[in-house]
Design a protein around this ligand. Structure first.
Ligand SMILES: Cc1cc2nc3c(=O)[nH]c(=O)nc-3n(C[C@H](O)[C@H](O)[C@H](O)COP(=O)(O)OP(=O)(O)OC[C@H]3O[C@@H](n4cnc5c(N)ncnc54)[C@H](O)[C@@H]3O)c2cc1C
Ligand code: SF4
Length: 305
């Protein structure tokens, strides 16, 4: 049986208190549902000495309907899936949240935790003894990348389902710390590095996701995975199009997940849809172009190539 290491635990009631706590203990990590972080701690992939829980922070669980939708990062994925406004207006997010893990994990797992999900790799998602037997790897405790031994950076994969959907929907996130608050595009939350995959500063809390009004747009999210009942994606595609009354595409966004250390936008592929009717041929042409920047390594669930 794998046991959790010892850690101090704080359960603040406000974002302000949580921000103070995370700023005052450099080895602390935030925990929301714990469905990613706690298994990682059992495997000693992440070993924070202090956990700052966001579960009691009521302001992170708010959903407000204004000029678009504002979602607290502490909303559970099940909560998002139950919301008719998300299902009707932001189908890509609804489909992505519905396809994360299992109902039990969606009941605990939050939107913020899903966006900050650790990157994944077959050489990393193993217990301590397994990783020790290969002398670890660059992402934790080691020096080399076993996926590409000449690689100067870690190639672990971004496997979050909701991030590609939120990119396609043009969402932003709000990050708060003792130093203040900033709002950035979801795309700018990520960078292509398996270790430093987030641009979030260590003392920042992701508090809110803002979805713009999406009038005239339609969106969708599709996910390839080993088992349909639950599994991380080995490829996911989020698509959003804005069509005229006659069905002509006026604007389009296509985003791939699970093929890199960050979600991959494919603007050239999306641009081929503009000015076209959304026929099978037009979609096939865009799909062919979208596949070009996708160069997945053989380090996740199964090999696509
Ligand atoms: C068997 C299994 C299958 C899974 N399948 C999938 C899947 O198909 N797709 C998928 O996307 N995920 C999957 N997951 C991962 C996980 O369950 C989800 O991603 C979940 O949404 C994580 O949310 P959480 O609240 O539990 O995150 P936590 O485990 O609490 O946190 C995850 C990370 O986010 C950070 N964090 C959490 N909240 C915040 C915040 N508000 N601000 C800043 N940082 C924060 C934590 O510090 C930690 O680094 C799976 C997990 C398991 C165990
Ligand atoms: S991609 Fe390389 S460095 Fe990153 S987790 Fe995998 S083996 Fe380790």
């Amino acid at each position: 049986m794998m046991r959790l290491p010892y850690f101090a635990f704080h359960a603040p009631a406000t974002v302000r208190e949580a921000a103070d706590l995370i700023a005052s203990s450099p080895d602390a990590m935030l925990v929301a549902g714990g469905t990613d972080l706690l298994p990682n701690m059992k495997r000693r992939q992440q070993v924070p000495r202090t956990l700052v829980s966001l579960r009691r922070v009521a302001e992170l669980k708010e959903l407000t309907n204004g000029n678009g939708l504002t979602l607290g990062a502490g909303l559970t994925l099940s909560g998002l899936v139950r919301d008719a406004r998300i299902r009707e207006r932001y189908a890509a997010l609804w489909q992505a949240a519905s396809s994360v893990a299992t109902p039990h994990l969606r009941n605990m797992g939050t939107l913020g935790g899903n966006l900050c999900l650790d990157t994944r790799c077959n050489y990393y998602d193993q217990n301590y003894e397994w990783r020790k037997a290969i002398d670890f790897c660059m992402k934790k405790d080691g020096a080399i990348c076993w996926v590409a031994t000449g690689s100067p950076k870690c190639l672990a994969v971004s496997s979050t389902d909701t991030a590609p959907a939120l990119l396609a929907l043009g969402a932003t996130v709000v990050l708060t710390s003792v130093d203040g608050t900033r709002e950035i595009a979801v795309s700018d939350l990520y960078q292509n590095d398996g270790i430093e995959y987030l641009t979030r500063r260590p003392n920042e809390i992701l508090t809110t996701v803002r979805l713009p009004r999406f009038d005239g747009w339609r969106s969708t999210y599709w996910k390839l995975r080993r088992r349909g009942a639950f599994d991380f994606p080995v490829l996911s595609v989020a698509a959003a199009v804005k069509c005229s009354a006659g069905g002509m595409v006026e604007d389009a966004r296509l985003v791939l997940g699970a093929v890199s250390s960050r979600p991959v936008e494919t603007p050239a592929a999306a641009a081929t849809l503009v000015g076209q009717l959304l026929t099978d041929d037009a979609i096939a042409r865009a799909a062919e172009l979208a596949a070009k920047p996708a160069k997945p390594m053989d380090n996740t669930d199964f090999n696509l190539l």
